[in-house]
Write a protein that binds this ligand. Structure first.
Ligand code: GN1
Ligand code: MG
Length: 337
């Protein structure tokens, strides 16, 4: 579960014999250099949402005797939350579930629309700064720490050839043409917990990367994960496509919650954001492959390369379908307003 932190379900036997489950996580401090700041972010954000929706299921981090929401044990950083009985999906074709996920992520952004951005620590600086991600890739190519650069020329060449298109969102943000919001930034559909009985979205989880960001970061990341016809590390690259039914269902759900707040520039760049997040993640997987797999968990020596190729295949399909995606976005905006 998850490519960065280690998560365990722990069953605790209470003195009277009953079992109670908790989720215990070992936070990856290579990825998150300031885990204490991260926990403060989560605390503020969950409290903000809880104050608005007191009856809703929320994640609650348990406190230690000295009122901290974490335990530092040598180089390990641990935290523990309530366990929410629920289902999650890695791949979904049930369009009602996809629509619900879109609504959940859209609602999450709206719940935080009045949250003061300056209260948040940047848990991973430049997380969705695509220009900075490209710079990291260029550094990884130059340093070639694992001696792999020569074998991935094709992947490097493709990613460099689309650099300006992929970085357009970042450039528009820097030019003040897209508004900064409080965003989730890691909107994989498996970060929504669903009610097993009716598939309603119960709660959005994995709040480690809640930071200032663009509306399109959440939308694009969700689409690149949920609308991919295969898993993120599928080796059959010719099977990688955008499932347009999933695209439409997610867009309907997400825009039902957010369209009324969107600027024309946000609407115009929403389809592009899918390409952006896909190409950006490809640069991250490839940089990690070149560095010798330091960031993402791997289960095979070429895991990060496979992930890179899969995201590249998806990015290419998104480029082909850009007009179609854009037309669907506009249709959903029109019906949501
Ligand atoms: C990581 O850890 P997980 O699976 O929630 C990564 C995301 C990537 C994703 C790709 C903090 O998410 O940015 O999109 O892997 N999270 C972090 O699967 O880097
Ligand atoms: Mg995550």
């Amino acid at each position: 579960m998850g490519n960065v932190n280690h998560t365990y379900k722990v069953n605790f036997r209470l003195p009277e014999g009953k079992e109670k489950s908790f989720l215990v996580q070992n936070v990856n401090t290579y990825a998150f250099r300031n885990p204490v700041g991260l926990m403060e972010n989560i605390d503020k954000v969950t409290e903000h949402i809880r104050a608005k929706k007191p009856g809703k299921i929320a994640l609650h981090f348990h406190h230690t005797a000295d009122r901290k929401t974490y335990v530092i044990d040598g180089s390990n950083f641990w935290r523990m939350t309530n366990y929410v009985p629920s289902v999650t999906y890695n791949a979904v074709t049930d369009l009602a579930v996809v629509r619900n996920a879109g609504m959940a992520f859209g609602e999450f952004q709206m719940d935080l629309a009045d949250f003061d951005i300056t209260e948040l620590t940047e848990t991973i600086p430049d997380f969705h700064n695509t220009r900075a991600r490209y710079d990291k890739l260029l550094t990884a190519i130059r340093e070639d720490r694992a001696g792999r650069a020569a074998s991935v020329r094709e992947e490097i060449d493709y990613l460099l050839s689309v650099q300006d298109t992929a970085c357009r969102l970042t450039d528009l943000l820097n030019a003040g043409e897209l508004p900064l919001r409080v965003t989730h930034n890691d909107t994989k559909i498996n970060n929504v917990l669903f009610n097993p009985e009716n598939n309603d979205a119960m709660v959005v989880i994995d709040l480690d990367t809640v930071m200032p960001g663009l509306l399109g970061h959440d939308f694009g990341d969700a689409i690149r994960f949920a609308a991919n016809t295969v898993e993120e590390d599928c080796r059959e690259y010719d099977k990688v496509h955008v499932n347009m039914d999933v695209f439409q269902a997610f867009t309907q759900g997400f825009l039902a919650k957010t369209a009324h707040t969107m600027t024309e520039r946000e609407v115009e760049t929403l389809a592009l954001s899918c390409f952006t997040l896909t190409a950006e993640l490809a640069t991250r997987f490839l940089a990690d492959y070149l560095d010798g797999d330091l960031y993402f968990k791997i289960n095979a020596p070429d895991h990060n390369l496979v992930r890179t190729r899969c995201q590249i295949a998806l990015a290419k399909d998104m480029m082909r379908r850009m007009n179609e995606m854009d037309a669907m976005v506009r249709a959903c905006v029109a019906s949501a307003k």
